[in-house]
Design a protein around this ligand. Sequence first.
Ligand SMILES: Cc1cc2nc3c(=O)[nH]c(=O)nc-3n(C[C@H](O)[C@H](O)[C@H](O)COP(=O)(O)OP(=O)(O)OC[C@H]3O[C@@H](n4cnc5c(N)ncnc54)[C@H](O)[C@@H]3O)c2cc1C
Length: 384
Amino acid sequence: MDRFDVVVVGAGLAGLSCAKWLAERGRSVLLVDRKSRLDESVHTTGIFVRRTLEDFAFPESCLGPVVRDVRLYSPRRRMLELSSPHDEYRVGKMGPLYSHLLGAARGAGVRFDAEACFRNAEPNENGLRLNLETHGIRRSVQAAYLIGADGANSRAARALSLSSNREWIVGVEEVYDSRSIGSPACLHCFLDPHLAPGYIAWIAHDGEEMHVGVGGYGDRFDPNDSLARFRREVPRFVGFDGLRLIERRGGRIPVGGLLPNIINDRGLLVGDAAGAVSPLTAGGLDPCLRQSALAVDVIDQFLRSRASETLARYESPLFKKRFRTRSLMRRGVASVRSPWLAELGFAALCLPPFKSLARCVFFGRGSFPVDREELQPCPGFRAI
Ligand SMILES: Cc1cc2nc3c(=O)[nH]c(=O)nc-3n(C[C@H](O)[C@H](O)[C@H](O)COP(=O)(O)OP(=O)(O)OC[C@H]3O[C@@H](n4cnc5c(N)ncnc54)[C@H](O)[C@@H]3O)c2cc1C
């Protein structure tokens, strides 16, 4: 049976970063994903915020042009415009980014097994025996430590007897090649409880790609039907004539906040698997990178010392209180079910004190509470 210091389940942004950074520290790492190719079935829009772009170094070829403007719309399509003097957003070219990260991880010594579905794990005296399945054929590998980076519905969480996500929204979107239209780069967000109950509908246009999507609580709407209705409205807001559809994306986004139990002496959870997503904005890319950098440092120390105290730096209660305000705001947003109430809320947002709040939500630096200074001990973290 092959043996590894660490097995990482899931090669999304969290798993790829963890695998690469651990290998750079000299750890033997196996990264597995059930997909055959990482650039297929991408589920995220891929909007990276300023804070991420400042703290992590992405290859330029994996990012779209800069977006500085946001337009927020009410159910009756009244508009609030927010502009920033900074480069606030860039939409990641996620297929190329995952491929780039995988190349870098392999270059650092990571073994990657595609089409390897993690089934379960049995604890033993050396850590865990992990059972994987490829095309119906089962095999086992031995790991001293397991990282569950397998997304919102994490099997690794269950295998490690850690917490699982219970609250999520569902998002679906279409991606168009929008290089032919002249509309300025802008993130358009639509508050509309019918179209997107508990979240927003969006048009993210950066001059190269246009992402048109809707998100909301799955039991309150039919996402595909909503997207079809929303698409018919798009030409009112941006040029849409003759755009070529590139792909459809979609998936669950956990919005219940960071889960209570995300680490033990056999493994830990990171990214969506840990619920490390802003409950308010549903942004998970920045949190998963920061949490991954911390995870790598904690695991490396733990494998060196075997001291359980080293795991305490990763425990959820340390971070949970920083999620509290956003969780409260999520409760508020989730409770708005009627368009007139959303219209009223929107009218309030146009008043000066609340407009500052809106600016703070769209242009603020809140995220998973691991700051640049705390990332410094993780060598190489900046290079994605
Ligand atoms: C429609 C949509 C739009 C979004 N837009 C944004 C955005 O613009 N900005 C932002 O910040 N966040 C966004 N998010 C959230 C963000 O995409 C996620 O928080 C982030 O991608 C999580 O990364 P991850 O690595 O934790 O998980 P994932 O990207 O979900 O990766 C998990 C990986 O695990 C693999 N896997 C799962 N189970 C197994 C198994 N049993 N065995 C082997 N492999 C397995 C999967 O194939 C997958 O590759 C969006 C989410 C959705 C659904």
